[in-house]
Design a protein around this ligand. Structure first.
Ligand SMILES: NC(=O)c1ccc[n+]([C@@H]2O[C@H](COP(=O)([O-])OP(=O)(O)OC[C@H]3O[C@@H](n4cnc5c(N)ncnc54)[C@H](O)[C@@H]3O)[C@@H](O)[C@H]2O)c1
Length: 295
């Protein structure tokens, strides 16, 4: 008997990376899974693959833009119609978003990054909670934050700010929704070897695991999937408003832990839409636009 036997779950950003690893694990643990993602090709491929492994009827893909309220309403409805309830909402979709020094970041790129990273989580909590409040057993909401939300340098500036918003949203929603037995928690990944992280360059993850990260091996999607399994299942029934770091001990290292990740003197600026399939808008900066230590 799996730990999520008969659960109805939604995983946003479930077509790639740690969301995909979570979908695979939760299926093995008995859950029904709706994958909500912008990337249709990856979503449909995952469903085909899982069907061929014997999970027919237990996984669906719904093309979803998490920053669009109508899409979130639609995917929550898809799960409740298909599986009769909603036990777990994993708000995990994400992009790097705006890059570059603060003096070169466009206001529109700030909005687009926040729309996916922070508003997307708000919408997921809002519409999952509307269903879960009517269930006497409540439900579990899990949000993907980032180690970058806790210190500077762990991610691009706007991304880190939006992930910080996710943390406060997690606590505030846990406070408000607790009386309906709805638990709201966040997972804070460190450096996890996913397409978003390595962008085709595996050595990006290895630099960290071979140097500053205390545990001497790569973070993988499965490590996040297992943490999410704990937060989804009844084993964590008394855990709410919590941030669970899954980072190979990186945060414990302190300020030095982030040195190799993001440089404030980046020579490029613009939007990166990660694995969505949308074209980014990166541009090279001229030397005067690149801050140095002497500025
Ligand atoms: N990989 C890491 O090292 C790392 C570290 C900290 C936090 N995170 C966070 O973990 C989460 C998952 O990232 P990942 O590394 O698995 O990346 P990934 O790119 O492999 O997967 C992210 C998925 O989210 C989807 N997505 C993006 N924007 C969307 C939108 N508007 N609507 C619906 N789907 C959308 C993408 O299409 C993709 O399938 C993200 O929130 C990311 O910010 C990742």
């Amino acid at each position: 008997m799996g730990r999520l036997e008969g659960y109805s779950t939604i995983i946003t950003g479930g077509a790639s990376g740690m969301g995909r690893s979570t979908a695979e694990l939760w299926l093995e643990e008995g859950a029904n899974v709706v994958v909500a993602d912008l990337n249709e090709q990856n979503g449909n491929d995952l469903v085909d693959e899982m069907n061929s492994k014997g999970f027919q009827g237990r996984i669906k893909f719904v093309r979803t833009d998490v920053s669009c309220e109508a899409d979130i309403v639609r995917v929550v409805e898809a799960a409740t119609v298909a599986y009769g309830k909603l036990d777990v909402m994993f708000n995990n979709a994400g992009i790097d978003g705006a890059f570059g020094p603060i003096t070169e970041i466009e206001a529109d790129h700030w909005d687009q990054t926040f729309a996916v990273t922070a508003k997307g989580v708000f919408l997921g909590i809002k519409h999952a909670a509307r269903v879960m409040k009517k269930q006497e057993w409540g439900g579990s909401i899990i949000n993907t934050g980032s180690l970058g939300s806790q210190t500077a340098g762990g991610g691009p500036l706007v991304y880190s700010s939006a992930k910080a918003a996710v943390l406060r949203l997690t606590q505030s929603a846990a406070f408000e929704l607790g009386k309906w037995r709805i638990r709201v928690n966040a997972i804070l990944p460190g450096i996890i070897y996913t397409p978003l992280m390595h962008r085709g360059k595996p050595e990006r993850a290895d630099v960290v695991s071979r140097s500053v990260q205390p545990l001497p091996f790569r973070g993988e999607g499965k490590h996040i999937a297992h943490a999410a399994l704990f937060l989804a299942s009844n084993e964590s029934e008394f855990v709410s408003g919590e941030y669970l770091r899954v980072d190979g001990g990186l945060f414990a290292v302190g300020p030095l832990s982030h040195t190799p990740m993001v440089s404030p003197s980046s020579k490029r600026a613009g939007m990166n839409f990660g694995l969505t399939g949308m074209e980014g808008t990166m541009r090279e900066l001229v030397p005067e636009q690149v801050p140095t230590r002497d500025d």
